[in-house]
Design a protein around this ligand. Structure first.
Ligand SMILES: Cc1cc2nc3c(=O)[nH]c(=O)nc-3n(C[C@H](O)[C@H](O)[C@H](O)COP(=O)(O)OP(=O)(O)OC[C@H]3O[C@@H](n4cnc5c(N)ncnc54)[C@H](O)[C@@H]3O)c2cc1C
Length: 359
């Protein structure tokens, strides 16, 4: 590694797309991705992988639109990638006007009466809208496919933990679990929920991001080929047909904060079912009877509920990219574009769209 090297710490979906972005803008820049586990581990391994074209703030809507186009282009160029398009139904007590402020035009929401498929019952006070522009991905498989594409140009050091990051003059020193010390010109930290790793705890602390438990329930019912995602807008929950796995998934908001990614994944417990079941029984008594298991992990959340992409040191050599609030898959291309825009690479061929530059 030399002072031209860009080191990416974390080989989840965000780290992989950062490496891809560096190579697409500056093909000769040496890039090394470190992951203490394997490519597509961490939150990416547990992700439901849903993309829907929406955002609660203007910046997130722009990031969502950018990422939407990026994934559409990727899927068109590489049809074998595990990216599956889906129809969408939104169930909400919001008026059409307030939904239009959240969903992008490309969602093309139109009012309808029922949720297709007959699995969901709509509360009397709620409305139903059909929409488009959704997909879901097998996120770990996608991260690994991206790494496969990059391997001739990018070095992936799996099973290697970064134990210290030190900005030193015009370089950054990385200490590794192997005992090596490496030098890079720039480092991007994409550590998912490992915010308090002692290698960067002090650098990341000023962001005030926190780690929240994220849970999804598996429902043992085969999705039909035409089934789409059903979004329960008021509860920030959704039912997703995971066609490639042959069952449905129910994602809902679980409020348990400051969990540790190294210990959180000890399986479903009673509190998980206690929180999920009333909602599921309200919307789909049929699927509520098919609960068999699920996935438990966590993700990094920012104070302002927008992804964090910023320099952590005065010289701008160490960049943080993440804290995407449970939306790190669907916003990953935009996060990667912002992060690489901060790197000031030699021979960079394009800049991120102006509206995506961090404030
Ligand atoms: C159950 C669940 C469902 C979700 N569903 C969705 C969804 O439907 N749509 C959506 O958009 N998002 C969803 N998310 C969120 C999304 O998965 C995450 O935001 C996203 O995967 C984060 O990607 P990342 O690359 O930042 O982090 P990660 O995927 O966590 O990757 C970080 C990597 O850093 C590595 N690492 C950590 N510390 C070190 C170190 N010291 N040295 C070297 N490597 C290190 C880890 O091993 C890990 O592989 C979900 C998350 C969960 C848990």
């Amino acid at each position: 590694m030399t002072s031209r090297t860009v080191a990416v710490v974390g080989g989840g979906i965000i780290g992989c797309l950062i490496a891809r972005e560096v190579i697409s803008r500056s093909p000769d820049t040496p890039v090394v991705v470190f992951d203490r586990d394997g490519i597509g581990s961490g939150a990416s391994r547990r992700s439901a992988g849903l993309h829907f074209p929406r955002g609660a703030t203007e910046r997130v809507r722009q990031m969502s639109a950018y990422s939407h186009d990026y994934y559409a282009d990727l899927a068109a160029k590489h049809p074998a990638l595990p990216i599956h398009s889906l129809g969408m139904t939104v169930v909400a007590t919001h008026t059409a006007a307030s939904l239009a402020q959240i969903y992008l035009d490309r969602a093309a929401l139109t009012p309808t009466d029922t949720v297709p498929g007959g699995l969901v019952q709509v509360p009397r006070e709620a409305g139903v809208w059909r929409g488009q522009g959704c997909h879901y991905a097998d996120v770990p498989a996608l991260a690994q496919a991206i790494a496969r594409e990059l391997r001739p140009r990018v070095t992936f050091r799996e099973g290697v933990r970064v134990t210290d990051v030190e900005a030193a003059g015009s370089e950054v020193l990385l200490r590794l679990s192997t005992g090596e010390t490496c030098t890079a010109g720039r480092v991007v930290l994409a550590p998912g929920p490992w915010l308090t790793d002692r290698a960067w705890r002090d650098l990341v602390a000023p962001l005030h991001s926190r780690v929240k438990k994220v849970v999804a329930i598996h429902l043992e019912q085969e999705p039909g080929p035409a089934d789409g995602v059903v979004v329960f807008q008021d509860e920030d929950a959704f039912l997703l047909p995971l066609r490639h796995r042959g069952h449905w998934l129910f994602s809902y908001t679980h409020d348990e904060w400051d969990v540790d990614p190294d210990t959180v994944s000890s399986g479903l417990d009673e509190s998980v079912f206690a929180a999920a079941m009333p909602l599921l029984q309200q919307y789909s008594p049929t699927l509520a009877e098919r609960v068999v298991g699920g996935r438990v992990f966590c993700d990094a959340y920012s104070v302002d509920r927008q992804p964090q992409v910023r320099a952590l040191d005065p010289a701008g050599r160490v960049i943080f990219a993440g804290a995407a609030n449970g939306s790190g898959y669907r916003l990953a291309p935009a996060i990667a574009a912002e992060a690489v825009g901060l790197l000031a690479l030699d021979g960079q061929t394009s800049q991120p769209p102006k509206e995506m530059s961090p404030a």
